[in-house]
Write a protein that binds this ligand. Structure first.
Ligand SMILES: [Zn+2]
Ligand SMILES: [Zn+2]
Length: 179
């Protein structure tokens, strides 16, 4: 493990994310990992948030059962994901982990829009399968697996918490779910 690299720091606050978007508990004080997600449209990070694992799990549990099963199946059946976990098992270089789309293996250099996510525990970065980069094509494939109620619920969750330009910039596609 090592420190969370600056790439995954909060752009808005110019320092590492320190608390959960949902429960607002400080990452230094909770005994569980958390994830940091950033959404890029071209070179620009248009959206970023950090959430503790218990809140992520609560959110996932609130999704329809069908949606959950479909998302799980998408990631579990991904050969690319298990291959990269083996290939990069010894790497603690976040560039290595995010060089290709985790599910279709397209190189980052050929991708325009994408999301990245990493996992932290206290001040440290946790590797495998995070950090992860997913291209917008694959995100769409995940979104397509969600029921309309799940998608609406997710959009509402995001837009209730983020007002103004960052959230607006993401319309009308909504925010990708990176479970
Ligand atoms: Zn939380
Ligand atoms: Zn992809």
């Amino acid at each position: 493990m090592g420190d969370i690299p600056p790439f995954f720091h909060s752009l808005e606050h110019d320092k590492p994310f320190s608390s959960c978007l949902t429960c607002e508990l400080a990452f230094q004080e909770i005994d569980s990992p958390y994830t940091i997600t950033k959404v890029f449209k071209g070179p620009e990070c248009v959206f970023e948030y950090a959430m503790c694992l218990p809140c992520r799990q609560k959110m996932a549990e609130s999704f329809s059962k069908e949606s959950r099963q479909r998302i799980t199946a998408f990631f579990e059946n991904s050969e690319a994901l298990s291959t990269r976990s083996q290939e990069l098992a010894d790497s603690e270089d976040h560039h290595e982990w995010t060089k290709h789309c985790a599910t279709c293996r397209t190189p980052l250099a050929e991708i325009i829009d994408y999301s990245v996510a990493c996992m932290g525990f206290g001040p440290d970065m946790v590797y495998n399968p995070f950090p992860m980069m997913i291209c917008s094509n694959c995100e769409e494939k995940v979104q397509e697996r969600l029921s309309k109620s799940t998608r609406d619920q997710w959009d509402k969750f995001i837009f209730d918490r983020f007002e103004g330009p960052p959230a607006d910039a993401l319309k009308p596609d909504g925010v990708p779910i990176l479970v």
